[in-house]
Ligand binder design. Structure first.
Ligand code: NAD
Ligand code: GDD
Length: 333
């Protein structure tokens, strides 16, 4: 089967969060390219059997350092894609729990990589790190990497990402661990979350379009704009950034295809560093995504599931994930 040329091969790699959307696509590509792939996640992947995307799967909570150490043992490269996250409705409504969970995961995966002597560490940051004033400025055509400072991220989700960028860079300065960082702009594609409250706008719109007859609801004033990146471009960009000798600073990873007022990627730096940028158009990527979501809905309907696919509800997380860890730790004391 043809596909993009391998960018890394013959390595033992950990994909933390590889049970999720981008992580599972990345793990599958790394395995196909001839790497030994370890995945660690606290949930199994819904769409692929393990042999399709990894050689070993650790079903573990990465908020615990000892689990991170076990999973990254002997790994040359560690890709950290794990985070408690979702679309804007979800991250705005679950700030405290997300911040604690993600602080623990990010810190522990990085420290485990160092303790196990990994050569390279990749961190999946976000366009949410950017100063929110710039995101509301209609005259701002694209966010440049330097615009993240002085810091004023829209949400604490973005603040945690910005802090961990700095932590990964500090580890690189102090230890023989090469850190690489990408700021993803809204990523979509098959196998992405498409219902349940964590879905982002592209998947939500596809689902609502399939589930509606005439109109569907769009949150906000409808004037928001974004840069959307198809998942294959994201995986290619992650590998190129990880293996680059020069991309020592956080880089935007997104397309420049957008209108005004909102969050667009300025790709000057990634073009300079890699001579490459994501180019899959929203028309092509969305076509794949729409028909994949339509297929999921048809499967559910054929199985007798009755569900209102035409609207989106904001889901507020409980403290369940915090309580589960607390009770486990109490038992072991
Ligand atoms: P996702 O939710 O599908 O994947 C994240 C995975 O992390 C999930 O499988 C989840 O179970 C796992 N995880 C979370 N907490 C964990 C824990 N304590 N222990 C073990 N596993 C845990 O999301 P995604 O879209 O694939 O995002 C991957 C990464 O990219 C995340 O770090 C996210 O913040 C970042 N990112 C994504 C986007 C996007 O548009 N999808 C944009 C910017 C940044
Ligand atoms: N999710 C969602 N669902 N968003 C909607 C909907 C809907 O039904 N209708 C309108 N929107 C609007 C949101 O209010 C927001 O203004 C815009 O569409 C984009 O929302 P999302 O796709 O949910 O998220 P985002 O682009 O603001 O942020 C996402 O991308 C970041 C990286 O660029 C999130 O996934 C972040 O976690 C991620 O870091």
């Amino acid at each position: 089967m043809s596909g993009p040329a391998p960018l890394v091969t013959g390595k033992k790699v950990l994909v933390a969060g590889g049970g999720g959307f981008i992580g599972s696509h990345l793990a599958r590509r790394l395995k196909k390219d001839g790497n030994y792939v370890v995945v660690a996640d606290w949930k199994k992947n819904e769409f692929m059997a393990e042999p399709e995307f990894c050689d070993e799967f650790f079903l573990v909570d990465l908020r615990e350092l000892e689990n991170c150490i076990k999973a990254s043992k002997g790994c040359h490269h560690v890709y950290n894609l794990a985070a408690d996250m979702g679309g804007m409705g979800f991250i705005e409504s679950n700030q405290s729990v997300l911040m604690w969970n993600n602080t623990m995961v990010s810190s522990n995966v990085l420290e485990a990589a160092r303790r196990n002597g990994a050569e390279r560490y990749f961190y999946s940051s976000t366009a949410c790190v950017y100063n929110e004033d710039l995101q509301l400025d209609p005259s701002n055509p694209g966010l440049k990497e330097g615009d993240a400072w002085p810091a004023k991220p829209q949400e604490v989700y973005g603040l945690e990402k910005l802090y961990h960028e700095e932590m990964a860079l500090a580890y690189s300065r102090d230890f023989p661990l090469v850190s690489r960082i990408a700021r993803f702009h809204n990523v979509y594609g098959p196998f992405g979350t498409w219902k349940g409250g964590r879905e982002k706008a592209p998947a939500a719109f596809c689902r609502k379009a399939v589930g509606s007859t005439e109109h569907f609801e769009v949150w906000g004033d409808g004037e928001q704009t974004r840069s959307f990146m198809y998942v294959d471009d994201c995986v290619e960009g992650v590998l190129r950034i990880m293996m680059s000798d020069t991309a020592t600073m956080p880089l935007n990873l997104g397309t420049e295809q957008m209108g005004v007022r909102g969050r667009n990627s300025d790709n000057t730096l990634i073009r300079e560093m890699l001579g490459w940028e994501p180019l899959i158009s929203i028309e092509d990527g969305l076509r794949e995504t729409y028909f994949w979501i339509k297929g999921q809905i048809e499967k559910e309907r054929a199985a007798g599931v009755v569900f209102d696919y035409s609207s989106s509800k904001v889901v507020v997380q409980t403290t369940e994930s915090l309580d589960a860890l607390a009770s486990k730790q109490e038992k072991s004391n």
